[in-house]
Structure formats: C-alpha cells, structure tokens
Ligand binder design. Structure first.
Ligand SMILES: N[C@@H](CCC(=O)N[C@@H](CS)C(=O)NCC(=O)O)C(=O)O
Length: 227
C-alpha cells in the first residue's frame, strides 16, 4: 500500500471543494514533507467504503503514518506533524501561541462564512447574497489577519508577509478562506488583498488550486453564486 520509501499518506477529498483537506496538503507540500496523496470522491458510496478501511472517522483529511497510525482531523494532523517538523509553527513562543489560537478559532468558528461561501477553486468573483452573520465573519477574519501581522511586525518576526512572517500552519488553515474570498464578490481591504495575492502565488497553494480546477466532479450543494 505504501510506496516503499514513503512514510506517510494523506487521504483527501475533491481538491476543488475540500477545504479541510486543503490545510494539511498545502502545509505538507510547502514544508517539503514526503507523502503520497490518496484522493477520494466526496460523498460517493466508495468514499465511505474506502475510508472505513483506514479509520472510523467518516471525514477527510486523514493522515496515515507508518509509525503513528491513522490520524483524522486537520488540526490533529498538523499538530502531530509539527512535533516532527517544528518549523511548521512560528519560532517565537508568543507568535506560536497566537498561531495556535487563530487556527483553533478557524477550526471551531466562522460558521456563517463557511456555510454560505463554500470553498470552490473554480469560482471567481461570483455574485452572492450574504447574510449579516457572514459579513461579520468576513470582517472578523480580516481583523484577525491584521492583528497577526501587526503583532509579528512588533515582535520582529519573519518578513515574508504571511500571518506570522514566514509561512506557517496558520496560513494553511486560512488558505481555504483566501479561496472563498476570491470566489465570491465580497469587499475586502487592501491589506487583505495583498495577503490573498501572496497566498495565491505560494506554490503549494497554487498547486492545490490548479488540481482542483482540473477536476470534473460537480457537487451541487457547493455550487453557489452567479457566474
Ligand atoms: N474537523 C474535521 C472536519 C473534516 C470534514 O468535515 N471533512 C469533509 C470534507 S471537506 C468530509 O469529509 N465530509 C464527509 C461527510 O461529512 O460525510 C477536520 O478538520 O478534518
């Protein structure tokens, strides 16, 4: 099952739509971790059947590690990998604590934005009616990004322009939000646009988007907005 020398496999869903899968795939690709991708077609009978061979979790992503076993959940996967690859978190302890905090907030919040603006790599500035709750999430995420960058500048963190200077797990966590903001015609601030451009030009993010756009499956429930 494993390519001889590869110690890890990552099970993901459709790259066009699977925002949770995008997080570890982008981070692992960015940090040059050697892994094999197993892509399953979301919501098909085969998806659940094949997944059940590895884990009792009915969701992707799942990391299969030769030594550690099957790890479900994007946050658990990235926390586990960061034990082996500490460069995935900011080096500064204050920035690292904040990076963990914003990842957890993304993991357990921003429900309106997630629900109303499904990640869809093929969508480009689609017209969409959003609720006040969704507009509030969009404003909150932009303030959060600004806070991260201001704190990083204050503490003299890396200057690459990512949330905590150098690319970290936090950027991987917000990569699907960048795709969402690009997919729908919602207004964003100039610093947000700058961050979005940086993220979209990041090779691991661009590779994920290209793979998603090349897929042919259409998930009707994730196709919203007017082209
Ligand atoms: N909290 C989980 C959520 C994973 C999740 O909901 N994945 C979606 C795909 S993006 C899924 O597998 N859905 C299948 C289903 O709900 O039946 C994580 O971070 O990995």
């Amino acid at each position: 099952m494993f390519r001889g020398e590869v110690a890890m496999q990552l099970i993901i869903g459709n790259q066009n739509y699977s925002s949770w899968s995008m997080r570890p795939w982008v981070a692992m690709t960015h940090f040059g971790i050697d892994f094999e991708t197993i892509k399953l077609r979301l919501f098909t009978p085969e998806f659940y059947q094949q997944l059940s061979a590895y884990t009792s979790a009915n969701t992707v992503p799942v990391l299969i590690d030769k030594k550690l076993g099957c790890i479900a959940d994007s946050l658990a996967i990235l926390e586990t990998l960061a034990e082996q690859y500490p460069q995935m978190w900011p080096q500064d302890p204050v920035l690292r604590a904040q990076a963990r905090s914003v990842c957890a907030r993304m993991h357990s919040g921003f429900f309106a934005m997630r629900g109303e603006m499904p990640m869809n790599c093929r969508a480009q500035q689609r017209q969409l009616q959003i609720t006040d709750a969704c507009a509030k999430d969009i404003a909150a995420v932009q303030s959060l990004w600004q806070e991260c960058r201001e704190l990083t500048a204050k503490l003299g963190g890396g200057s690459d322009g990512y949330l905590f200077g150098d690319f970290s797990i936090a950027d991987a966590f917000f990569a699907p939000v960048v795709i969402r903001l690009q997919g729908y015609a919602v207004s964003t601030t100039p610093p947000t646009q700058q961050y979005m451009q940086l993220m979209l030009a990041t090779p691991a993010v661009a590779a994920w988007v290209a793979a998603g756009q090349a897929e042919e499956d259409i998930l009707a429930q994730d196709e919203v907005g007017i082209k």
